[in-house]
Design a protein around this ligand. Structure first.
Ligand SMILES: NC(=O)c1ccc[n+]([C@@H]2O[C@H](COP(=O)([O-])OP(=O)(O)OC[C@H]3O[C@@H](n4cnc5c(N)ncnc54)[C@H](OP(=O)(O)O)[C@@H]3O)[C@@H](O)[C@H]2O)c1
Length: 353
């Protein structure tokens, strides 16, 4: 059940933990650092290794939280963080891309200090900066690897061409991109139903520039192409972010319940109309879940795990109960017919940013 982490020779647990929502993106009222640190430690206790954070999450707060949580447990964790975005305004989560070598190298040092570790296991370029050739940003990060500050490198939300350009300079260990039952852009349309395409991939990525406060920033770069196929060909891991559709696919959310400071309050996929029109997706997932005595969250994760050995999802949660539920998805086996039904789900209504 363990999965190879890129071409590193390291094998890790099939599911990681996304820590973003503990400090950024989701309603502030639900934030509780002590509880979140306990969730991170419970994940390590359960054998989770890949712990996902980023410098911009809470403008450093999330890395500090992860650093505190893993103290004394460093060897149990594979710490993944990201650079290449800069927060302009924490309250509105406005940020911009900066992939200049000097910025990235400064951010590596800042992440090391906030995490309180000697070396970061996996450092992602969070977004490609249009003004800087990806090979230049990546080359700078490769010097951080040579300096022993970072072990492996990853890319987030890139195109196949950008992945090629980076891989020619230094091996890519992982690609992180949004992939779930309702966002399938990284599958490049190969044999897919087109969920995630219906709203127009170009519109989605352009919008990711402005309002993508929970992960996107500084528009322009087009993630795309058959990225999952690319990871298979190049012995690279694929790390789906927002694998639960930011909570939608768990079937536990209702329209209008998001507080103003929650990223979903202004997200086109979380309007009352989108809830109504996307009902068929969550209903189908719930039906399959019921047949297994499982939950929609577990089915969503099991579908991802079944797609490829390269896939290591990082569901995000601030709840110990949800963590345990999500980890049990690794033992859920869906039949070929069920996987086919999930593959055939309609494209969602509403762009992802
Ligand atoms: N590279 C990028 O640009 C990028 C962008 C976005 C996110 N990410 C990473 O990906 C990780 C995951 O994405 P995400 O957290 O945005 O979205 P997600 O994993 O799709 O969904 C998280 C949401 O689902 C809820 N949830 C989790 N498990 C549940 C369960 N079993 N039942 C009911 N609700 C459940 C969480 O609430 P509770 O807290 O109540 O469980 C939270 O509201 C992030 O934490 C971050 O590390 C990366």
């Amino acid at each position: 059940m363990r999965r190879r982490l890129g071409g590193t020779g390291r094998e890790i647990a099939p599911l990681g933990l996304g820590c973003m929502g503990m400090s950024w993106g989701y309603a502030e009222r639900g934030r509780d650092d002590a509880r979140s640190a306990a969730v991170i430690r419970a994940a390590l206790d359960a054998g989770v290794e890949l712990i996902d954070t980023a410098g911009v999450y809470g403008d450093g707060r999330n890395e500090e939280l992860v650093g505190r949580a893993i103290r004394g447990r460093r060897e149990d964790a594979v710490i993944a963080t990201k650079g290449g975005l800069v927060v302009d305004d924490l309250a509105s989560r406005r940020m911009h891309r900066d992939g200049r070598p000097e910025t990235l190298l400064r951010q590596v040092d800042e992440s090391l200090s906030r995490l309180g570790v000697e070396r970061i296991d996996l450092f992602y370029l969070h977004r490609v900066d249009e003004r800087v050739p990806v090979a230049e940003s990546w080359g700078a990060l490769a010097t951080a690897v040579e300096a022993g500050k970072v072990r492996w490198l990853g890319l987030s939300e890139v195109s196949v061409a950008q992945a090629d350009a980076a891989h020619a300079v230094h091996p890519v260990t992982a690609i992180q991109s949004e992939l779930s039952l309702w966002t399938r852009d990284p599958l490049g349309g190969a044999g897919e139903t087109g969920a995630g395409r219906g709203t127009g991939a170009a519109g989605e990525t352009r919008a990711a520039g402005g309002a993508g406060a929970a992960g996107g920033a500084g528009g322009g770069t087009e993630p795309g192409g058959d990225l999952l196929g690319w990871t298979r060909e190049h012995d690279v891991s694929f790390v789906p972010f927002a694998p639960l559709g930011r909570g939608y696919l768990t079937g536990t959310l209702a329209p209008g319940e998001f507080e103003d400071d929650d990223f979903r309050a202004a997200n086109p996929r979380f309007t009352p109309e989108a809830f109504a029109r996307n009902r068929a997706i969550v209903d189908a997932v719930s039906r399959i879940a019921a047949a297994h005595g499982a939950t929609p969250a577990q089915v969503s994760l099991a579908w991802l795990l079944a797609r490829s050995e390269r896939i290591i999802p990082i569901p995000g949660t601030r709840s110990g109960a949800h963590l345990a539920e999500n980890l049990a998805a690794a033992d859920l086996e869906l039949s070929g017919a069920e996987l086919g039904e999930l593959d055939a789900l309609p494209a969602p209504y509403g762009s992802r940013y």
